[in-house]
Design a protein around this ligand. Structure first.
Ligand SMILES: [Zn+2]
Length: 394
């Protein structure tokens, strides 16, 4: 037995502590990040990241599950689902005269009511969605992604299963509150992952476009906040790994298309012959009659502002849903052309996302300080790459 060689005065070698700080900056496009040189010194290993097609609610699920939309099921907030619509029992908007329901303040107030009704966080935007159509809309909430035992296993489920301590931002809080919460948790010295979600750049670019001075200031603020997090983490951990990424870029709007009027001028009855959801960059149709399919198909076929998406394209984007829950057919506008008015409102946004995912302004961003970390090609690779950084089995 060699137990006698135990020396009580020899320093005990503690295992190295290591943290991965993952910062998700909504809508920070590769082009913008590259031109700005976003955290170039701190995160030198960087590149474009392929995005995923969808009008919204698509990026988070793809990042966290590592699956394409057809497999995780999330693609758009609104669907056509008259029998299960969470709004079908909301009767009273019918009683409001139209001159009131057109007003922004009334709509915002109603949006908050509706949000509470479907269990949302109060940010629910009905914007210009016609009230009488709301009762036929399904609402696809993806917030259970952050909770345990959601419909699909996520990066967070992997961490819970393996008892790995982590912190994740709370979507109910704003950016400052979430950054403060992350600092507090990082300073415990006990985390293996801090996952920080910063959503405001998306909204800001929708109103300002990509080249406004306000965007430069916002990027500068993000850089300083992230530098501070890194410095703080270095006080508490032997090793600080950082990955910053986004879900998509932002395209500046150069033209509008009144697609809603083109379709509603046809001799068809909305709700009877067809149903449509008008997102800001695409129109999704459910046809109830052959005549509606033919008339709407032909009316948009020769419009130069966009194109009908064929099955092959949707399949290659991972957005083919055999049950047609997001529409029988989708008409997508060209990058930079805004569908206005749409269910997002009657407003000339300066920037929008949800165009062709291969377009240069749609491309997302990834950067890290880990030289040996494999470079993710697309959003669906982030779960695997972050798992590798943290050192867990995916
Ligand atoms: Zn986004």
């Amino acid at each position: 037995m060699d137990n006698c060689s135990y020396d009580p005065f020899r320093p005990v070698k503690m295992p190295k502590t290591s943290i991965t700080i993952a910062v998700f900056i909504d809508a920070l496009g590769w082009r913008l990040a590259h031109e700005h040189g976003f955290l170039r010194e701190e995160l030198p290993y960087r590149g474009p990241l392929a995005t995923i097609f969808g009008p919204g609610a698509t990026g988070d699920p793809t990042i966290l599950t590592g699956l394409k939309p057809r497999d995780h099921g999330h693609f758009a907030l609104f669907t056509y689902d008259p029998s299960n619509s969470p709004f079908r029992k909301v009767l009273w908007p019918r009683l409001l005269p139209q001159f009131l329901t057109r007003r922004g303040r009334v709509r915002r107030w109603f949006g908050k009511k509706l949000s509470r009704y479907v269990g949302g966080n109060g940010d629910f935007e009905v914007r210009d969605t016609p009230f009488n159509l709301l009762r036929q809309l399904g609402y696809n909430d993806n917030r259970d992604l952050y909770e345990p035992n959601g419909a699909q296993a996520t990066l967070f489920d992997d961490l819970r299963r393996q008892n790995v301590p982590f912190h994740v931002s709370d979507w109910r809080l704003d950016e400052e509150e979430n950054l403060a919460a992350a600092r507090k948790e990082i300073a415990t010295g006990k985390l293996r992952l801090a996952y920080i979600f910063l959503p405001q750049l998306d909204i800001l670019q929708q109103y300002e476009g990509t080249s406004s001075q306000k965007i430069i200031c916002k990027l500068g603020w993000y850089e300083q906040e992230i530098r501070d997090l890194i410095a703080l983490a270095r006080e508490h951990y032997d090793e600080v790994k950082v990955a910053a990424f986004s879900d998509h870029g932002m395209t500046d709007i150069r033209k509008e298309c009144a697609l809603m009027q083109i379709v509603s001028s046809l001799p068809l009855e909305f709700g009877e012959d067809y149903f449509a959801v008008y997102d800001a960059t695409m129109a999704r149709f459910w046809f109830h009659t052959k005549e509606a399919e033919r008339l709407i198909g032909d009316a948009l076929l020769y419009l130069s502002d966009g194109q009908w998406l064929d099955d092959e394209t949707l399949r290659s984007w991972g957005c083919d849903f055999p049950d047609g829950r997001y529409g029988d057919r989708i008409y997508l506008l060209k990058p930079g052309i805004l569908l206005n008015p749409s269910f997002m409102g009657r407003y000339r946004y300066a920037g929008m996302h949800g165009f062709d995912p291969a377009h240069e302004d749609s491309i997302a961003f990834f950067a890290t300080n880990e030289q040996t970390l494999p470079r993710p090609q697309g959003l669906e690779d982030l779960r695997r790459v972050l798992s590798q950084s943290i050192g867990i089995a995916a």
